[in-house]
Write a protein that binds this ligand. Structure first.
Ligand code: NAD
Length: 258
């Protein structure tokens, strides 16, 4: 699978899954914008992938419309076009519903859902006139399945399934495709942070959180890897027809089967 100079903006790409996807896109001949909260951290992450003709970094809080619009425009200015959006930035906050602070609920929905909406809207402006474009949204097994303590995350990830399907339908007339990638647990900083938090909330050991909650239903008791997810993202980004649009691809070592 080759990207042949195609330009991707990947949000939340200074770390974890987003960074892995950006790296894989560059290896496949693509050019990338790393969009993450801090401009200097994004720039450093971009330098790890190549020179300025291949990768740039921008500071972008995906929940802020002006920052999103500016980051998309910086991408077009640097590379002359934009072809792929990977809406990936995300955080995790876990609480039982009765203790879930409203401000934290709103923060979760703002990053996952407002972020996907705003980046989509900013890219559509470029995708529609050029009659091509790819939206990849970072969902989760939690776009299809629920877990205790994750009311905001599960709600947001289910919401992305809806947005992705709408974009597949609205985008089709403009040559635009949209798909959702749904990973199982990947050992990134986001998950490393959850293990002790869940152990505390549930009153069990960290080892039991991993074995009995995170990996219990996988077929091989393995974490999904950043490489697993990056391979799927490249496959969907480079796929040439509408045969794959409006789909949700679960990448979870068999944890969840549709
Ligand atoms: P991560 O913490 O390693 O990376 C997330 C990145 O998003 C960080 O660099 C962070 O700075 C950035 N970010 C946070 N808020 C932002 C904002 N408002 N604007 C821009 N950037 C912001 O986490 P990860 O595990 O790589 O997660 C990436 C995505 O994958 C998330 O959407 C997450 O929900 C999803 N996901 C992760 C897993 C997993 O097990 N790790 C599983 C399924 C889905």
């Amino acid at each position: 699978m080759k990207l042949d100079g195609k330009v991707a903006l990947v949000t939340g790409a200074a770390s974890g899954i987003g960074h892995g996807i950006a790296k894989r896109f560059v290896e496949a001949g693509g050019r990338v914008t790393i969009a993450d909260l801090k401009a200097d951290v994004s720039a450093q992450a971009a330098r790890e992938l190549g020179d300025k003709k291949t990768a740039i970094g921008v500071g972008m809080d995906v929940s802020k419309e002006d920052e999103v619009n500016a980051g998309v425009e910086q991408t077009v200015k640097a590379f002359g076009r934009i072809d792929i959006l990977v809406s990936n930035a995300g955080i995790q906050i876990v609480h039982p519903i009765e203790d879930f602070p409203f401000a934290e609920w709103k923060k979760m929905l703002a990053i996952h859902l407002d972020g996907a909406f705003l980046t989509t809207k900013a890219c559509v402006k470029h995708f529609y006139p050029q009659k091509s474009g790819v939206f990849l949204y970072m969902g989760s097994v939690h776009s299809h399945e629920a877990s205790p303590l994750k009311a905001a995350y599960v709600t947001a990830k289910h919401g992305l399934l809806g947005l992705s399907r709408v974009m597949a339908k609205e985008g089709a007339a403009h040559g635009v495709r949209a798909n959702l990638i749904c990973p199982g647990f990947v050992k990134t900083p986001l998950v490393e942070k959850q293990i002790p938090e869940q152990a505390k909330e549930l009153g069990i050991s960290e080892e039991r959180v991993v074995k009995e909650i995170m990996l219990a239903e996988t077929v091989d008791k393995e974490f999904t890897t950043v490489d697993d997810v990056a391979d799927v993202a490249l496959f969907l980004a480079a796929f040439k027809t509408n045969a794959l649009t409006g789909q949700s691809l679960i990448v979870s070592h068999g944890w969840f089967m549709e």
